[in-house]
Design a protein around this ligand. Structure first.
Ligand SMILES: *Cc1c(COP(=O)(O)O)cnc(C)c1O
Length: 436
């Protein structure tokens, strides 16, 4: 039974790897705080994050790559909460951004981190490039020749030099959901690695462009580490060629993508990071360039849960539906990727008996589900349940579909709770609209 496993696992391994959501006195807690208290205080649906867990995951990365010059540039899109960016920024994180909006978030959260920003994305606009140039970010990860021309033009207009890396597409297959796989030539991402050398040669003739690094990112939620090694091996030989061509390559950006386990199986985070670091070391061989890492999900996913209240339990024919006050607009991963999230009752049930039900939201779409035919402890209207491992690609992928105000977010550290984002109001929802 799910609930039992959660309790057993956390009791067995009180390490940084364990999930921060554990039962104490038969009530699910985040760190030292009962989720019932958070529901009373902040309402539901509510995103809850353990700050301690996020810090621990970041430190795991720092330690695993200790032996070589490196920067961990957290991928902002996984969870772009200002409070989380500040937490990581103050510990020395850099950031991987994909838009001018994310750049602004880094500026507001922790301004000194601007110099450790890498700017990724296949469709950067002139205004976004301008702001990033003026902010003196570390490097632009360029994904097309057109973008490189635009970057040179904007750098010239601002009379500055742009440090860039080409994001190469290594044509390496990594097993994950097709929507989040990015490293094959059939994907829109990056520049074919076979063309990269010629493009660096051409770029080196521009006084507005500084060839600075090479970057790669093969996808997200990748559990096997061999594809990371294979991709980096290709990048490393490209770097050697570029050096022979006279380019002063300073950084190798290995991207993000290290996956987690969304099931209730034990998860040994330190071991996973070590495996990953070993795979990258293998791909890098004797290369000593400054290594950039862009983990997103791995740092924040398991630190977060979405707390929701059961509204209705109903039967249609043979099926049972548990309808919660959270919906696909709050957490779209199950609908978008058929992703699995463990769903556990906040009050630990005394009996081991379960029912089989679909756990769904109130949105008018049959795709609005969190789980289908799931064995779950019997719950009734008014009960609280938590969707675990919801810290990454949760609120950052949320919307106002069905005119639903977005949830609040809280950050928990030990016994301390801070509101990171208040619940949206009707006024927030309607503010940009005009009736003429
Ligand atoms: C999304 C993304 C990441 C982070 O991926 P995770 O799977 O969350 O680690 C890193 N780099 C780039 C370029 C990305 O697009």
């Amino acid at each position: 039974m799910k609930t039992k496993t959660v309790a057993k696992k956390t009791a067995a391994r009180n390490t940084p790897a364990a999930r921060p959501f554990t039962y104490k006195n038969r009530t699910l807690h985040c760190d030292q705080v009962p989720l019932t208290t958070l529901a009373d205080q902040y309402g539901t649906p509510l995103y809850i994050y353990s700050a301690s867990q996020i810090s621990q995951r970041f430190q795991l990365f720092q330690q695993a790559f200790d032996a070589r010059p490196h920067s961990v540039c957290y991928a902002v899109k996984a969870n772009s909460s200002l409070a989380i960016l500040r937490l990581l920024g103050r510990q020395g994180a850099g950031f991987d951004i994909v838009s001018g909006g994310e750049l602004e978030r880094v500026r507001r959260a922790h301004k000194p981190a601007l110099k450790k920003v890498v700017f990724s994305g296949v469709g950067k606009q002139a205004w976004e490039i301008d702001t990033a140039l003026k902010s003196n970010i570390l490097q632009f990860n360029v994904e097309s020749e057109q973008e490189l021309d635009l970057l040179a033009a904007r750098a010239q207009a601002l009379k500055t030099r742009a440090r860039f890396a080409l994001r190469v597409n290594p044509d390496v297959f990594a097993e994950t959901h097709p929507y989040i796989s990015t490293g094959l030539s059939e994907h829109k991402f990056g520049i074919a690695i076979t063309q990269a050398r010629a493009i660096y040669r051409r770029a080196a003739r521009s006084r507005w462009l500084e060839p600075y690094g090479v970057s790669v990112h093969i996808g997200s939620q990748i559990r096997k580490v061999d594809p990371f090694a294979a991709a980096l091996e290709r990048v490393t030989s490209l770097v050697a060629e570029l050096r022979r061509d006279g380019r002063d390559i300073r950084t190798i950006d290995a991207g993000g993508g290290l996956g987690i386990d969304y099931s209730d199986a034990p998860f040994d985070a330190p071991h996973q990071v070590d495996r990953y670091a070993a795979a990258l070391a293998k791909g890098l061989a004797n290369e000593t360039a400054h290594l950039l890492l862009e983990p997103g999900r791995f740092l924040v996913a398991q630190a977060g849960a979405l707390l929701t209240r059961v509204l209705v339990v109903k039967k249609n024919g043979t099926k049972t539906f548990i309808i919660t006050d959270a919906a696909m607009n709050d957490l779209i991963r199950p609908a978008l990727y058929h992703a699995h999230h463990e769903i556990v009752p906040v009050r630990q049930p005394s009996s081991k008996s379960t029912i089989t039900a679909d756990i769904v939201g109130p949105v008018c779409e049959s795709g609005d589900f969190f789980a289908r035919d799931r064995a779950i402890a019997s719950v009734k209207p008014g009960d609280l349940v938590a969707l675990l491992d919801a810290g990454a690609y949760g609120l950052s992928l949320s919307s106002n579909y069905n005119s639903r105000p977005r949830p609040a977010e809280v950050l928990v550290e030990g016994e301390k709770v801070t509101l990171a984002r208040r619940r949206e109001t009707m006024r927030d929802l309607l503010a940009p609209e005009r009736l003429n």
